[in-house]
Design a binder for this molecule. Structure first.
Ligand code: HEC
Ligand code: HEC
Ligand code: HEC
Ligand code: HEC
Ligand code: HEC
Length: 688
């Protein structure tokens, strides 16, 4: 019985190679070419069974996919505005773009002459018609026909990992007049009830390589230039798949193997978990949900509002929320460290550490206008803001630039555009440029590497204009976090306690980018959008349409990414400079420490608390020597390995100061130490 379902690769090759020669697209001529024997079926034809059977709608393939950016890739107004600029920069290049953004139309030949056009004007249907299959982005049938071509035509590879050069099964697999639907299950071997349609177990669908097809985007016309020298490799526009490959997650027997699917198609845990209306199998714990949530929560919200005829209100809202959840709970942790005490009228230092929890750079993928930044605030005891970096104005969409501003982004540019002999990212008058297909150099890439990142000297993925240290010298692995030091001036008379909070903010599209697209359309006289919607043709350029949506729907408002870690630190200004106490002697043989100390504040007695750094981090800090008197010397034996201590006055209101470790290194500076009310807390438990 199983044999009937088994697909024969040899037959597919004959078809695709013949058709490939006939229709090969000049910029993207590898993999399956337009002109399929078996056309892609609309996702509607899957909806009847793979949708609307679970009231919560949170695991059905159709309902979860349909609001995702992958399903909206051909409705995305940002895409259309950018496509016009690309076609203006390199005439004809749109065919390349459409291959990934509307595989259905591309495979049907509607993206280049003779039957189509590279601006998408020949796509069938209306942009806000939920049944127009040219506008349904990366669709069910398309993805479930993707395969490894085990005998590709001469000169071609069985698999590609860039530029949408997918191979599709284009053979009749069991006499049903259509190809097999390839998926993760082997119904026979797993003893499951098989689907009513032809199927084929496809390990390819369970791995990241499937996603790599489109999540590495390479410039089809420009090479990478570094310091004026053509590197002989095509310019890397997006490298999400490669970044993942160079991370710890890609190592199958490593510490933490995770495919794209593991994070972007999380397994359902509902009981039962059904993949179709027949509810023939319970896949609890082994049913990947088609969420495909990334960082883009803005475009789903735009489409939900701008195109009510799509009738996808609930689905688009769910995708928006899934992206917010990714950003807020799965992307990063943010930690602030600062000294325990601060003196008003002087500057203090605070360090903000951002750790990347994703499987690629943070942020990754689309380079233009995408960014993440740190918004750091210092507030006084009344909660009044007295210092800020990375302020954003939601009314104008403007990110204020200050000297300490940290923005995480990649900035591609055009080499020597303004005769500067540099990678130029602005035009002659200083306005930022975003010429996707003209970009041939990278000015900056300070995005945070993923865990275990080995791409530190790979020309395509290395940091540029920024360095990330190795985990340890010679490891060849970069750290997956970044630390930024801020100098914060605390005005005289600032009310205590001071709070420093760091917010990490993510933005899908910057104001600069949206304005650039508009300027390009105006300056170059782009035609009004040819794509119809239910209200007719918009009568505006695509960039104007985008700009209208941008102003109407929140200007791509930044999303706060907290990683669940509240990074508030309370600082207590000391009256006068806190005194650093001296380590007079340390005997490593016995572990005895001799200290000298003075009252920093007139406290009548002092306590020394000590322990090792890991204890300090967890705020578990039980070892103390108490009753040391108002000043003088003390000697005590905290034991081997004690590297940290703190001296506090017995009078909590007057506090004390901190000390040094046995190497005379000033403490505290433990990472992640949150010591809001440490002195009081310790005093409470110390009874001399
Ligand atoms: C971007 C490619 C992609 C698109 C688009 C896509 N799928 Fe999938 N689908 C997958 C992958 C990959 C898996 C298996 C993931 C794994 O095993 O980790 C899968 C699994 C499935 C399964 C098995 C059970 C389950 O729900 O996970 C079904 C059924 C399915 N898809 C149907 C659909 C339908 C119907 C649509 C359209 C509404 C669709 N898929 C759209 C890639 C896709
Ligand atoms: C008549 C109902 C019906 C329709 C229509 C339908 N499916 Fe299915 N499909 C099923 C059932 C039932 C299963 C088995 C579900 C399970 O695993 O419990 C299934 C399973 C699948 C699988 C899993 C295959 C595997 O080996 O892992 C994929 C992929 C799939 N369908 C894709 C599609 C796509 C794509 C469409 C639309 C082009 C579609 N289906 C239309 C009923 C249907
Ligand atoms: C046929 C090409 C193609 C394939 C295959 C593909 N993607 Fe995509 N994906 C896209 C395009 C195009 C977009 C962006 C659409 C947009 O933003 O307009 C996208 C967007 C996404 C996003 C949302 C990005 C954001 O900014 O929020 C995620 C997440 C994603 N894909 C994950 C996956 C995963 C996981 C797989 C493999 C199971 C995969 N993709 C396979 C083309 C593809
Ligand atoms: C360890 C979990 C994890 C793995 C593995 C992972 N991702 Fe992600 N990905 C995330 C999280 C969390 C986000 C949201 C943060 C963000 O937008 O960068 C994200 C964001 C994205 C985005 C949105 C782009 C952006 O940064 O705004 C795309 C596209 C994407 N992932 C694709 C992929 C692909 C393709 C793979 C496999 C090659 C993959 N991811 C592997 C967790 C993961
Ligand atoms: C190899 C497949 C592929 C090709 C070719 C491609 N894209 Fe994309 N595009 C993607 C993927 C994948 C994403 C989502 C990446 C992410 O979110 O990080 C994307 C995202 C975008 C976005 C961002 C959309 C948003 O809402 O943030 C724009 C704009 C865009 N592409 C325009 C273009 C243009 C213009 C071209 C042609 C010059 C093009 N793309 C070619 C795969 C492709």
């Amino acid at each position: 019985m199983r044999r009937g379902f088994v697909y024969s690769a040899a037959v597919a090759v004959v078809f695709s190679s013949i058709l490939g020669l006939a229709w090969a697209s000049p910029l993207t001529d590898q993999g399956t070419q337009p002109g399929l024997t078996y056309p892609i079926q609309a996702s509607n034809s899957c909806k009847g069974c793979h949708a609307n059977y679970d009231p919560s709608e949170n695991l059905e393939p159709w309902n979860t996919w349909t609001g995702s950016m992958m399903a909206q890739a051909t409705r995305d107004p940002l895409f259309w505005a950018a496509l016009d600029v690309a076609n203006n920069d390199v005439p004809g290049v749109g065919d390349f773009c459409l291959r990934c953004h509307t595989p259905n139309a591309w495979l049907a030949g509607r993206s280049e002459p003779p039957d189509g056009t590279v601006d998408g004007c020949m796509l069938d249907g209306k942009i806000d018609d939920p049944n127009a299959s040219d506008f349904e982005g990366v669709s069910c049938h398309m993805c479930h026909r993707m395969m490894e071509n085990t005998s590709p035509p001469a000169g071609e590879d069985p698999l590609y990992f860039e530029n949408g050069q997918y191979w599709l099964d284009d053979t009749d697999c069991g006499g049903q007049g259509q190809p097999c639907r390839r998926g993760p299950y082997d119904y026979i071997a797993e003893g499951l009830t098989p689907p009513p349609h032809l199927w084929e177990h496809s390990p390819y669908h369970e791995g990241s390589g499937l996603c790599g097809n489109c999540h590495n985007v390479t410039n089809p016309v420009e090479n990478l230039i570094i310091a004026g020298v053509d590197q002989g490799i095509a310019f890397p526009i997006e490298r999400t798949y490669k970044e993942w490959q160079q991370s710890l997650y890609s190592i199958p027997d490593g510490l933490n193997p995770k495919t794209c699917q593991n994070c972007h198609m999380p397994d359902a845990t509902a009981n039962p978990s059904n993949a179709c209306v027949q509810m023939s199998n319970d896949h609890n714990g082994d049913m990947p949900i088609h969420e495909f949530a990334g960082g883009n929560s803005w475009i789903p919200e735009v489409l939900r509002n701008a195109y009510p005829d799509l009738n996808m209100d609930a689905e688009l809202a769910a995708s928006r929320d899934a992206a917010l959840d990714m950003l807020q709970n799965q992307s990063a942790t943010v930690d602030v460290t600062a000294p325990l005490f601060v003196v008003d009228g002087s500057s203090m230092n605070a360090t903000v550490k951002v750790t990347n929890l994703t499987g690629h750079k943070l942020p990754t993928g689309y380079p233009e206008g995408r960014r993440m930044w740190l918004n750091v605030e210092a507030r006084d005891g009344d909660g009044v803001l007295f210092w800020e970096s990375g302020a954003y104005d939601t009314l104008t969409g403007e990110l204020a630039s200050d000297v300490q501003l940290k923005v995480y982004q990649t900035k591609p540019g055009v080499w020597n555009l303004n005769s500067t002999n540099e990678c130029d990212t602005a035009d002659g008058v200083g306005d930022p440029i975003f010429h996707f297909v003209k970009n041939n150099c990278i000015k900056l890439d300070n995005r945070i590497p993923p865990l275990g990142f080995t791409g530190g000297s790979d020309l395509e993925t290395q940091p540029v204009g920024y360095t990330y240290p190795e985990t340890f010298s010679g490891s060849g692995i970069l750290v997956n976090y970044d630390e930024t030091d801020y100098t914060i001036f605390v005005p005289s008379g600032t009310k205590t306690p001071v709070t420093v909070h760091a917010y990490l903010r993510y933005q899908t599209a910057s104001k600069d980018y949206v304005e650039f697209l508009l300027d390009e359309a105006n300056d170059n006289g782009f035609a009004d959008d040819c794509i119809e919607r239910n209200s007719g043709l918009p009568g505006k350029t695509r960039a104007e349409v985008l700009y209208d949506f941008w102003t109407a729907y929140g200007r791509s408002a930044p999303v706060e990414m907290d990683g669940g870690n509240d990074a508030t630190l309370i600082l207590q200004p000391a009256p006068g400079a806190a005194q650093i106490h001296e380590v007079a002697d340390f005997d490593d043989g016995t572990g005895t420490i001799d200290i000298t100390y003075d009252p920093a504040c007139g406290a009548t007695d002092h306590t020394i608390v000590y322990g090792d750094l890991s204890n300090v981090r967890q705020l578990r800090y039980d070892d103390q020597a108490c009753g040391l008197g108002p000043s003088g010397q003390a000697s005590f034996n905290p034991g081997q390995g004690s590297v940290f201590w703190l001296i506090v006055g017995q009078d909590a209101t007057k506090e004390g100061s901190y000390g040094q470790d046995s190497n005379r290194v000033e403490r505290p500076e433990a990472q992640g130490m949150s010591s809001c009310d440490l002195p009081q807390q310790l005093l409470g438990s110390c009874d001399p």
